[in-house]
Design a binder for this molecule. Sequence first.
Ligand code: MG
Ligand code: MG
Length: 251
Amino acid sequence: MLTRVKTPAEIIAMRHSGKLLATVLATLKEAIEPGMTTKDLSEIAKRELRSTGGQPAFLGQYGFTDVLCVSINDEVVHGIPSEKRIINEGDLVSMDYGVTYDGMITDSAITVAVGQEINPKALQLLKDTESSLHAGIAVLRHNVYVGDIAAAVQSVLERGGYGIVRDLVGHGVGHELHEDPNIPNYGKSGTGQQLSKGMTIAIEPMATLGTHKIFVDDDGWTVKTRDGSKSAHFEHTVLITEKGAEILTSL
Ligand code: MG
Ligand code: MG
């Protein structure tokens, strides 16, 4: 289903959903420290959302068994929380979360460096991947081409010399977690579908300190870099407006 123009009531629900999501991610960012397990993070995410009227959107999606994806270092996305997986000093931890409120879904991810001893290259990767997300958001407006977004993200990441993950992409979002069209993180401006004001999309650059190549681990979920290089992932759900965009998954 093509992400269609959302009604005012649907946008209000998504705004609320996005605020709940942003609040939970901010709490996770604050709480994360060496020695915690990835399951501890998902327990916090579960607890924080309970009582707000929001529901976790990932639980049961395509058979996923948790509310949060936690992916560390060479894991790019879709890591499954586990009590056995301990977070260490210097790790890059991506947390990807989805919330449903009043039937409407938002999707957002952050990557944080844990502890004090962080490799400067890894820190720069985080900074630049987040900047590439904002570069993609900056070109949004009524009638933007999907390729305009892709090219904006790509140019920031290529300037930094990073691998740009190609096999995974952003997407329309709202009624479903994944709606059409795909929003790739590389492409040519002025190409692809045009998007209208009132549409809601998730832009989600994934970049690595090595090449773009990835594979799915034996658990059937966790996506990792082929060369073992560290990776980063940032994502926002945004509403396209006449002259710009509104980030729905910010505080
Ligand atoms: Mg996501
Ligand atoms: Mg997404």
